[in-house]
Design a protein around this ligand. Structure first.
Ligand code: NAP
Length: 260
């Protein structure tokens, strides 16, 4: 017993995820990529998921391996219930455990509500919200089996505040926040925590297409007058996963003050 306590204490904080397996959906680029690298840096074996960007996902895996970590790419469309559930089975098949699940995959299909099509609505709800249900429900038995799980859902300040032209996106992220609270309630007894990271505008491909004049207006709205970096979002996710043993059902807003 004394040895076990000693060895726990001696694990450097930076490698506190040694022996753990983390699956990050949508980890080929942007925020998911940064979370994958951050968790690998803290010792986790990282399952890098994406839908199509296999080369970029391979680069994330290679970077992790280059720095002495372990990682594989798992190609799957998590908006599809079979794709999502197969993904979980595949990751478990390779590593025989899933300790950390980061539901990060997300898309936008922005249009005012008067112009929004059923397709715009369904694509976003399927990708941003339904995927989290499919992946989480499939991964839960493996977490319960080990009495340990850390679930982080990547929402957005838009799910808290709303945003013009983003009815589908706001609904998906608001749904994700509510979903997380129920997970926290139902899973606490298994030592599984569930929390939300709610980023503000972050410099990724998702915001890259915003015209420069609109971007200037956005920056003026943000008290810190700049976008977040993906690494700043990843640090908050890693905090919840590594140091958030008694934190569940919460939202961490990493948004430069745009929503308080
Ligand atoms: P991004 O750069 O566009 O990357 C999106 C990632 O999601 C990619 O890896 C993409 O894979 C993956 N993905 C999309 N649909 C998928 C699907 N059906 N199955 C599997 N993977 C899928 O986006 P990001 O800015 O990093 O956003 C990451 C998360 O943060 C999203 O949930 C987003 O809503 C949220 N967020 C972003 C911002 C922001 O300003 N950027 C702000 C708040 C919240 P492929 O490369 O294969 O397409």
């Amino acid at each position: 017993m004394a040895t076990a306590i000693l060895s726990e204490v001696m694990v450097p904080a930076s490698k506190s995820l040694a022996g753990k397996v983390a699956l990050i959906t949508g980890a080929s680029r942007g925020i998911g990529r940064a979370i994958a690298l951050e968790l690998a840096n803290r010792g986790a074996t990282v399952a890098v998921n994406c839908r199509t960007s296999v080369i970029r996902a391979g680069e994330v895996r290679d970077e992790i391996v280059h720095f002495g970590g372990a990682s594989e790419v798992f190609l799957s469309d998590v908006s599809d219930r079979f794709g999502a559930r197969n993904l979980i089975q595949e990751v478990f098949g390779v590593y025989e455990r899933i300790d950390v699940l980061v539901n990060n995959a997300g898309i936008t299909r922005d249009r005012s509500i008067r112009k929004m099509t059923d397709g715009d609505w369904l694509d976003v709800i399927d990708t941003n919200l339904n995927s989290a249900f499919y992946c989480t429900s499939a991964a839960l038995p493996f977490m319960i089996e080990r009495s340990f799980g850390r679930i982080v859902n990547v929402a957005s300040f838009v799910g808290q505040a709303g945003n013009f032209g983003q009815a589908n996106y706001a609904a998906s992220k608001g749904g994700l926040i509510a979903f997380t609270k129920v997970l926290a309630l139902e899973l606490a007894k298994y030592n599984i925590t569930a929390n939300v990271i709610a980023p503000g505008f972050t410099a990724t491909d998702m915001t890259d297409h915003i015209p420069p004049d609109v971007m200037e207006q956005i920056k003026q709205r943000i008290p810190m007058h700049r976008l977040a970096t993906p690494e700043e979002i990843a640090k908050a996710a890693a905090f919840l996963i590594c140091d958030g043993d008694y934190i569940t059902g919460q939202q961490i807003n990493v948004n430069g003050g745009i929503y308080m």
